[in-house]
Design a protein around this ligand. Sequence first.
Ligand code: DX5
Ligand code: ZN
Length: 223
Amino acid sequence: MTQKATVISPSILAADAMRLGEEVRSVLDGGAEYIHVDVMDGVFVPNLSFGVPVVRNMRRMFPDAFLDVHLMITKPGRYIGTFSAAGASLITVHVEAEEPEFVGETIAEIRSHGLKAGLAIRPKTPLDELEPWLPDLSMVLVMTVEPGFGAQPFMTDQLPRIREVRAQLDRVNPGCDIEVDGGITDQTAPLVREAGANVLVAGSFIYGKPDRARAIAALRGKI
Ligand code: DX5
Ligand code: ZN
């Protein structure tokens, strides 16, 4: 199995929205490589969150930050240009969010803007649905909770799926990352890393702690 350095992507869904700039700065100072921005439309998932202005303002305040934008919206192809112009570094769309014939077009559009493309899969969607797109991706996001809300318990039954995606990627696209999102803590991080995930999203585990650097180090297994 390909071994990759661990990347930590704190999810600002769990941050104090009234102090968002400081909250982002605290995790960048604490060693996080990415900032994870959850965009929800109340249709693809039963919740609403951030939109384009948050990405745009974050890019202005943090010109060098890597903005990992997770679109939990239906037909995300409509918004790729907008999020690209706002300053996303990587855009992840859900394989369930478009008709299959448009998934490839959306990935191509993300890449045409010079951005990294990610494809996410919900816990109950068959892995076969990812397969046609694996060679074109920079990242596969294996959800480890049902998307929509932070602070849900980690779904252990996703571990074999992470392993399976890693094995498939090693055959067709070994440079591709695997991100996990939902229920990641110092207890579950070693399990997902062992299964082959290397980009770890964490919301409540990081933002629930006053010492962000310590929480981030704990996810890397460094404490
Ligand atoms: C869930 C979101 C996650 C969420 C994770 O739909 O995609 O990014 O913020 O939250 P935790 O780490 O608290 O499970
Ligand atoms: Zn997310």
